[in-house]
Design a protein around this ligand. Structure first.
Ligand SMILES: Nc1nc2c(ncn2[C@@H]2O[C@H](COP(=O)(O)OP(=O)(O)OP(=O)(O)O)[C@@H](O)[C@H]2O)c(=O)[nH]1
Length: 362
C-alpha cells in the first residue's frame, strides 16, 4: 500500500524516520514520502526528510511543553504550511496517508487529530492514524493528554492504529531506554503490512492486496497489529504448525495493543517463501483468528518474500471494546483526578469515549 507519512511531534518524527529507513533497507518502496511537523526546532534537526516548524509566533521553536490544547491551536493556525509541504508528495498512485504521533505529549497529541481532519477534507485516500499510548510508568500529564487525544484522533482518522509503549518492553528496561527497540518493532510491523499490499514478489491469487487492508480497517475506530516469526522448513506441509504458532503469538503476545482480541474485522498475512507457505495452515489459522476475535470478517492471504522464516501479521480493526483500552482509559481518568488543578477544567476521558455529548479535544 503506497503511503505517505506525516510525523507530528517528537515521537511522530522519530517513528516516521524509522519507518522510512526500514522500508528502504528492505527495498519495499511502499513509503512514498515523509514529512515531519513540530513546534520544537531541535527535534526536527536530524530528520532526513522535509520538515515544517509550526507555531513559531506562539512558542518560538521551543515546543508546547505538553500542552495539547496549544498543540491543537498551532496546528490549526499553520495547517496551510503543512499542506504545502505535502504538495507533490500525495500523488495519483498514493493509496493512504498515515499521521504518526505520540499521544502523551503536546504537539503530536493535539496536532495530529487537527491535521487528520484537514487531510480528510482534501484527499480521497484513507487517512490513518498511528498513535503511541504512554506506558503506565509515564507521568499523569501523559496519561491525561493521551486520554483526551485518543477519542478525537480515532474519530477524525479512518482508523487509528494504536501502539502501547508497554507492549514491547523488555524486563528492567525503562520506556525511555526502550524507545529505539519499540520504534524498531513498530516499523517492522507497519512496514511489512504496507509492503504486503504491494505483492513485491509473486503473483498468486492468494496474495494480499491493499484493498484487503483498507477493508479490514473500514469500520474505523481503533486498530492493532500483531507480529511473530519462526524458522521455516522448505516444504509447506511441514510449516502448518509454524503458521499456527506464529498466528497465536502474533495475536496474543506480539500485538501493538496486547489483550485487544475482540475485533470487528481481521486480516491474517503469512509472509515467507511462496513454496513454504502451507495453504492448509493459513486456512486453519484464519479460522482460529475468527474464533479468537469473534469476527466473521477475517481475511487471509500470503505475502511472498525470499526468507528462510515464516512470519505472521495479524491486523485487527475495531478493537475499541478491548480490556486493554479500558484499562488505559481508567488510568487516564485516575491521573486526571490526581491532577487537582486540571480536574476542574477537563472532562473525564473514559466518559468521553462513550458519551458523544461531552466535548473532547477539538
Ligand atoms: N515509542 C516511542 N514513544 C515515544 C518516543 N518519544 C516519545 N515518545 C512518547 O511520546 C509521548 C510524548 O510525546 P512527544 O512526541 O515527545 O511530544 P511532542 O508531541 O513533541 O509534544 P511537546 O514535546 O509537548 O511539544 C510520551 O508518551 C513518550 O513516551 C519514541 O521515540 N518512541
Amino acid at each position: 500500500m503506497k503511503s505517505v507519512l506525516i510525523g507530528v511531534g517528537q515521537a511522530g518524527g522519530k517513528l516516521a524516520r524509522e519507518l522510512v529507513e526500514y522500508d528502504e533497507r528492505m527495498g519495499f518502496g511502499s513509503v512514498r514520502g515523509a514529512v515531519a511537523v513540530n513546534t520544537a526546532k531541535t527535534d526536527l534537526q536530524d530528520l532526513p526528510f522535509e520538515t515544517v516548524l509550526i507555531g513559531q509566533d506562539r512558542v518560538k521553536g521551543h515546543g508546547v511543553g505538553g500542552d495539547n490544547e496549544l498543540g491543537a491551536e498551532v496546528m490549526q493556525s499553520d495547517t496551510q504550511e503543512v499542506l504545502s509541504a505535502l504538495d507533490g508528495r500525495v500523488v495519483a498512485g498514493t493509496e493512504s496517508i498515515f499521521v504518526v504521533a505520540g499521544l502523551g505529549g503536546g504537539t503530536g497529541s493535539g496536532g495530529a487529530p487537527v491535521l487528520t481532519r484537514e487531510l480528510k477534507r482534501i484527499y480521497d485516500v484513507p487517512v490513518y492514524g498511528l498513535g503511541i499510548l504512554p506506558g503506565k510508568d509515564e507521568g499523569s500529564m501523559y496519561q491525561v493528554n493521551a486520554g483526551r487525544s485518543l477519542k478525537t484522533f480515532a474519530r477524525e482518522a479512518d482508523s487509528l492504529l494504536l501502539v502501547d509503549n508497554d507492549a514491547f518492553r523488555s524486563v528492567g528496561e525503562s520506556v525511555t531506554e526502550g524507545y529505539d527497540s519499540i520504534n524498531h518493532e513498530i516499523a517492522q510491523r507497519v512496514g511489512l503490512l504496507l509492503a504486503s499490499g504491494e505483492a513485491v514478489e509473486g503473483v498468486a491469487e492468494s496474495v494480499v492486496d491493499s484493498s484487503e487492508i483498507i477493508n479490514t480497517l473500514r469500520s474505523g475506530g481503533i486498530a492493532a497489529l500483531g507480529y511473530a516469526s519462526a524458522e521455516a522448513a522448505p516444504d509447506a506441509e511441514e510449516n502448518i504448525n509454524a503458521v499456527m504458532s506464529t498466528t497465536r503469538r502474533a495475536l496474543l503476545t506480539g500485538s501493538s495493543l496486547p489483550d485487544a482480541t475482540d475485533a470487528d474485522a481481521a486480516l491474517l498475512i503469512v509472509a515467507g517463501d511462496q513454496d513454504a507457505i502451507p495453504r492448509k495452515g493459513v486456512e486453519r489459522a484464519r479460522r482460529w483468528v475468527e474464533e479468537e476475535t469473534g469476527s466473521l470478517q477475517v481475511r487471509g492471504g500470503d505475502f511472498p518474500l525470499s526468507s528462510d522464516r515464516i512470519a505472521t501479521l495479524v491486523l485487527l480493526g475495531g478493537v475499541e471494546r478491548s480490556e486493554r483500552l479500558e484499562t488505559f482509559l481508567q488510568r487516564a481518568k485516575d491521573a486526571q483526578e490526581e491532577d487537582v488543578e486540571g480536574a476542574a477544567e477537563r472532562t473525564d476521558p473514559a466518559e468521553q469515549w462513550t458519551n458523544d455529548e461531552l466535548d473532547d479535544l477539538l
